[in-house]
Ligand binder design. Structure first.
Ligand code: BDP
Length: 714
């Protein structure tokens, strides 16, 4: 019996490959199949010189050993000296070491604090990783291991790499009770209850994963902040995490609740111009830095969606930010002040409110204050034009805020690769200083000469075994880090790397699956929010379609506010004859989108109210085009399913099966979006879904009746 079971197990393993659960992310280091590349890597990693003089170098050394053991089956042996027979040298740069290696010398100027060099000889039998700092050495080590994992040539390498952005952050919307706002992958990975005494291995693996893609900061707590995190007991917990992350080059940041001086300080006010309040923050900063000398700073959401802020005291966002900036400045900390603000009392198009609040403050912030701007002016929609603030605050360092957690993009059940969305924003031209003033140059500081610069994204991690819920959601975490390091990388390059490391180097796997990834975001847009539709999802949990909702307290919480469907047509007129939001963009940008006749159709209903019978570029009228998009998007999910079934031989059983089942959900949900939206809009267009399309098998009332009281992340 036992023998039978063993045999069965063996057969299963050979048939399907060994089982994986996704915990190892892109740091799996699977064995390189026997052959010349394996031989070369074995030779190269037989022994290595990496002098350990700091925890960061220890981390680099550990990673070389973990990597070599996995990739070759033999763990690299550390050498005590950089002898001529040691093939791999990894260390902070010194001329002596360079001479010893026999590899051509390298130019270390311009490497900065985090950059590195990877040089090798022409045979690829000797390789040297150098940097100016320990951190640079660690990043170089991860890059080297990536080369091995993705089977790159090791001959004649001349790699110079340094990050284009200084701050590369994850924003965790994690609450102290371990729920995660808009989290779809379980509970928070921070176990506040057992911290600081218990250091979960997950904290270390999180730091390894972040460092491997260059992420160098982690905002631990939700922007809808809780002042408890600033109390002494919790700061000790924060310190414990900071101590774990430090060797990996990661600083911790916290969200600061603006009313903390009242809630946890017992003061009567949080007025930023009140001396006692200012002193309270100064003392708090001192207390934090005594525990965490390299504390990154505060991220603040103020006067938005019910959060307290300086406007409660008739002060400006600059008054609030500068008060915190002043408290952190002596310690080298920064303030990241969010521009995601809109107010219920304000009847102006929500699209315009942040711009109206912040543009007058340009030039009024202290040098250690950054303003963090979401990629678009509404809220992480499947597709948004770039936020007009990127073209309008030259005197302020603007930090990009993307969202990895797929709040509006299928949450954790849809396969959506977000690099194309990020790139679309980064490559948008603001025209702030003439042609070529792309968003990437605004945020990397090169356009307006800001040395403080960065990119952040709302994290998609949780305590699910694979961290992100959907195996493919890991790619978005990966892509964020890679793009923050180098925004000139293409979505395709990043997908290629990630697939090779996360799944397989087999071409028959990579090519079709990469195609799926690259198309996935456009497919989702078509079955959820085609032609510039936006914010038509379910109330509160944001799960599923609900374009009919019109009973919310605040006008801009209602989908009808955004789609403006009527018997005449569909879409939000934001031109000069409508809300005038377009006026917030440069004239050249405005010219691109102003005229409905030649406005890029992906933003058509974002900026225009279009008559149902109007003919679009396809030759179809608006109604027929809408139907076509919803049906094509849905049909393309079917194609993804079919492709996924064909790559079964190259994927371990557990992850293949998980993705297969998730794709079934994605298809069902695409049909749901399509049917619910088209049935609803058909009531305005007065036209049916043409008979050649498969007709919805449920009524609009059925879709309206659906309730999800326990949808996650809410
Ligand atoms: C919205 C989320 C909400 C966040 C808010 C924010 O629905 O949970 O608190 O953004 O960014 O997308 O502050």
């Amino acid at each position: 019996m036992r023998k039978c079971l063993l045999l069965l197990l063996l057969v299963t393993i050979t048939l399907y490959g060994h089982t994986e659960n996704g915990y190892d992310l892109w740091l799996r280091y699977p064995r390189i199949p026997a052959g010349p590349y394996n031989n070369q890597v074995q030779q190269l990693t037989a022994s290595f010189y990496l002098p350990v003089t700091s925890p960061t170098l220890q981390a680099a050394r550990d990673e070389v050993q973990i990597g070599s053991r996995g990739l070759t089956g033999k763990m690299a042996k550390p050498a005590s000296k950089p002898h001529a027979h040691v093939p791999l040298l990894i260390a902070v740069y010194s001329p002596e070491m360079e001479k010893l290696t026999g590899i051509p010398p390298a130019d270390t100027t311009g490497l900065g604090e985090e950059g590195y060099l990877i040089y090798s000889n022409s045979a690829g039998t000797r390789l040297r990783i150098t940097a100016r700092t320990d951190k640079g050495v660690l990043y170089g080590t991860f890059h080297f291991l990536r080369l091995l994992q993705t089977r790159q040539s090791l001959e004649n390498l001349r790699i110079h790499s340094q990050p284009r952005l200084r701050l590369r952050l994850l924003n965790h919307w994690d609450n102290l009770d371990r729920t995660v706002e808009r989290g779809y992958a379980g509970f928070s990975i921070w176990n506040w209850h057992t911290l600081p005494s218990l250091i979960d291995q997950r904290y270390i693996d999180y730091a390894r994963a972040c460092a491997s893609v260059g992420i160098n900061g982690s905002v631990l707590t939700n922007v809808n902040a809780n002042a408890t995190i600033l109390t002494p007991a919790y700061l000790l917990k924060v310190k414990a995490l900071a101590d774990v992350f430090r060797p990996f080059g990661i600083k911790v940041y916290l969200t600061a609740r603006f009313s903390a001086p009242i809630e946890s300080g017992g003061l009567k006010t949080a007025d930023p111009l009140h001396e006692e309040v200012r002193q309270w923050w100064k003392n708090k900063a001192k207390e934090i830095y005594a525990l965490i000398p390299d504390f990154g700073g505060f991220l603040v959401k103020a006067n938005s969606e019910g959060q307290p802020g300086p406007q409660d005291y008739q002060r400006t966002h600059a008054d609030g930010a500068n008060m915190l900036g002043e408290a952190l400045a002596p310690h080298g900390g920064i303030v990241i002040w969010r521009a995601f603000v809109y107010a219920a009392e304000n009847p102006v198009d929500r699209h315009m409110q942040a711009y109206n609040d912040f543009v007058p403050l340009d030039g009024k912030f202290l040098p250690n204050v950054m303003v963090q701007v979401k990629n678009g002016a509404i809220d992480f929609m499947p597709r948004e034009p770039f936020h007009p603030l990127f073209g309008a605050m030259p005197k302020t360092p603007l930090m990009m805020e993307f969202q990895l957690t797929q709040e509006y993009l299928g949450q954790s059940t849809h396969l959506v690769y977000l690099a194309p969305l990020f790139k679309e924003t980064l490559e948008s031209d603001t025209w702030a200083k003439g042609k070529g003033s792309i968003v990437a140059k605004v945020i990397d500081g090169s356009l307006h000469s800001h040395s403080l610069n960065g990119m952040a994204a709302v994290a998609n991690t949780g305590n699910d075994i694979n961290w992100c819920g959907h195996p493919f959601a890991q790619a978005n975490w990966y892509a964020l880090g890679r793009l923050a390091w180098d925004h000139s990388l293409t979505s395709e390059q990043i997908a290629d790397e990630w697939l090779r490391m996360t799944f397989s180097n087999e071409k028959k796997f990579i090519n079709p699956v990469k195609k799926i990834m690259l198309e996935s975001r456009d497919i989702l847009v078509d079955y959820m929010n085609p032609l510039g539709l936006h914010h038509i999802m379910g109330t509160g949990h944001h799960y599923g379609p609900a374009p009919w909702v019109n009973d919310q307290r605040r006008p801009e919480w209602n989908p009808v506010y955004y789609h403006r469907a009527d018997s005449n047509g569909l879409g939000f007129n934001r031109t000069a004859t409508g809300s005038k939001a377009l006026a917030q963009y440069s004239p050249e940008v405005r010219a691109l989108w102003e005229d409905p006749a030649d406005c890029d159709e992906k933003y058509l209903l974002w900026f225009h109210h279009i008559p149902w019978q109007q003919q679009l570029s396809s030759g179809r009228n608006l109604w027929d085009e809408l139907v076509y998009r919803y049906y094509t998007g849905t049909a393309r999910v079917k194609t993804i399913q079919e492709t996924w079934n064909t790559v079964r031989p190259w994927v371990d059983r557990e992850r293949h099966e998980q993705v297969r089942q998730l794709l079934n959900i994605q298809y069902e949900e695409a049909v749901w979006w399509r049917n619910a939206c088209l049935l609803y809009f058909s009531g305005f267009s007065g036209r049916p879904i043409p008979g050649n399309f498969e007709q919805p098998d449920k009524t609009l009332d059925y879709y309206k009746s659906l309730r999800f009281p326990y949808a996650p992340g809410n």
